[in-house]
Write a protein that binds this ligand. Structure first.
Ligand SMILES: [Zn+2]
Length: 202
């Protein structure tokens, strides 16, 4: 699949470009995330001009959730519903081309993938509604960008491929939480196994 191919049967999913990840003052700032706003806006413009469905996602947590380290999870508090940290980063999608915003984790789930969530301690996935939305629009291919490459972007791309969409992850329009070579190699191998095409990989 040609990564640059955008048309009406493609969706561009922009993952978690929110202050807590993409702004240097964010609680879980992903290094380099702030530099993605311009290039992702350019990508949104190209995609939207070709009739592609553009979807933005937000990590969106209640103040206390087992997703956070303070409640037994692994992450510092981030993207609490209604706070500055959870807002989309300033300047993203200035022309409002996105046709939907998908929020994940709203009820305390671990919401890594934009397609699926899971209650901590449970083994049952809960759909976010994104796959249904894309199928309603006859989408066949999904392009994933945003934050963070090794966490929510990778999880979203894997889910998209599992749901049957031809999937491309644009690594160059993404940044990892853990930039170590080992993590990168592992994440890329996992994506390869899942059938996700990756462009711009290191
Ligand atoms: Zn989260």
């Amino acid at each position: 699949m040609n990564a640059a191919r955008y048309d009406e049967s493609t969706a561009l999913v922009v993952v978690d470009m929110q202050n807590d990840f993409a702004h240097p003052d964010g609680s879980l700032f992903v290094y380099g995330g702030d530099t993605l706003v311009g290039p992702i806006n350019d990508e949104i413009a190209v995609a939207a001009a070709a009739g592609t469905v553009v979807v933005l996602t937000q990590d969106w947590h209640p103040p206390s959730t087992p997703h956070f380290v303070t409640y037994g999870g692994v992450w510092p508090v981030h993207c609490v519903a209604g706070t500055w940290g959870a807002e989309l980063v300033d300047g993203l999608d200035p022309d409002h081309r996105a046709s939907a915003v998908i929020r994940k984790g709203t009820n305390g789930e671990d919401g890594y993938s934009a397609f699926m969530m899971r209650r901590p301690g449970s083994s049952t996935d809960i759909a976010t509604g994104l796959a249904g939305l894309l199928r309603e629009r006859d989408v066949e291919r999904v392009v994933v960008v945003g934050l963070a490459s090794d966490v929510c972007v990778a999880a979203t791309a894997r889910s998209a491929a599992e749901a049957g969409f031809g999937t491309v992850l644009r690594w160059e329009l993404s940044r990892p939480v853990d930039a170590s070579e080992q993590t990168c190699v592992e994440v890329l191998a996992d994506l390869d196994r899942a059938g996700v095409a990756v462009t711009g990989a290191p």
